[in-house]
Write a protein that binds this ligand. Structure first.
Ligand SMILES: [Zn+2]
Length: 260
């Protein structure tokens, strides 16, 4: 009897709709990040966290791998590694990551897109739909692309050079008339130094064979989905390289160069 009443009460609680003035649930829709972009900029390319652990915190996101061994794309609960040959590889759970951000992707808002001729126009469309530049947003675009230009950072050997030196000689790839998915993040300006302020887009082909960090793209037709994250969590590395890095400096200009 008692259990039955409890069950009814529990059902009643579940039926109460989410209210703008009610208490918010915490932890269900977080953007979960490993380390900081400034640490990566300064050559902290080895972390103490694995891709298997990362997947416990989200099924969608981006980052890189220990040794700066390529571009990470996390899509539909799988981690892909686009290495310096432009090919996407499946990643064992034990592979380490020095920098990544993931969330459990919810298609909160969905909109059709067509005939977008360049990345600037695409980013304007995403920003208009997101409508809140002070929140974090996960961005997913499934579609047919007339053109996607990507890059993939090459694996580094110690002693590590800063990221701005590595990307000065980055392999770049041109994909034409290709179906695939853009996996992106929007980071608010105030979080520069933690992650890349503004847009950061990675790409994976529909057959999951190629991709990389997006430098340019034009879309024929596609579907844009946005998941806004009002909960942002950072796990800091526990190693000497991170401890010693001068993370307080303004690296905005170097980050802009690295992302182009
Ligand atoms: Zn990237």
């Amino acid at each position: 009897m008692h259990a039955r009443i409890m069950g009814i009460l529990a059902a009643a609680v579940l039926l109460i709709p989410a209210c703008a003035h009610g208490p918010r649930a915490v932890g269900s829709d977080a953007l979960f990040q490993i380390s900081t972009i400034n640490a990566l900029m300064l050559g902290v390319y080895d972390g103490d966290f694995t891709c298997g652990q990362l997947l416990q915190h989200g099924d969608f996101g981006l980052g890189t791998f220990n040794g700066l061994d390529g571009e990470m794309v996390v899509l539909d609960g799988k981690v892909y590694q686009v290495r310096a040959d432009g090919i996407a590889y499946a990643v064992p759970d034990k592979t380490g990551t020095p920098f990544a951000a993931v969330t459990r992707f919810d298609r909160e808002r969905v909109e059709a897109l067509s005939a977008i001729s360049n990345i600037e126009t695409l980013e304007k469309e995403i920003a208009r739909m997101a409508g809140n530049e002070n929140a974090f947003h996960a961005i997913r675009i499934d579609g047919r692309f007339a053109h996607v230009k990507t890059r993939a950072v090459p694996k580094q050997e110690k002693p590590y050079r800063p990221l701005v030196e590595v990307t000065a000689h980055q392999p770049e790839f041109e994909l034409h008339d290709v179906e695939g998915t853009i996996v992106g993040l929007w980071t608010p300006q105030y979080a520069q130094g933690l992650n890349v302020a503004g847009f950061h887009l990675h790409f994976l082909t529909k057959d999951r064979s190629r991709g990389g960090h997006v430098l340019e793209c034009s879309l024929v037709t596609g579907t844009l989905a946005i998941d806004t994250c009002l909960d942002f969590r950072v796990l800091l590395p526990d190693n000497n390289e991170f401890k010693a890095a001068d993370l307080g400096q303004d690296m905005s200009e170097q980050i802009r160069r690295v992302e182009k």
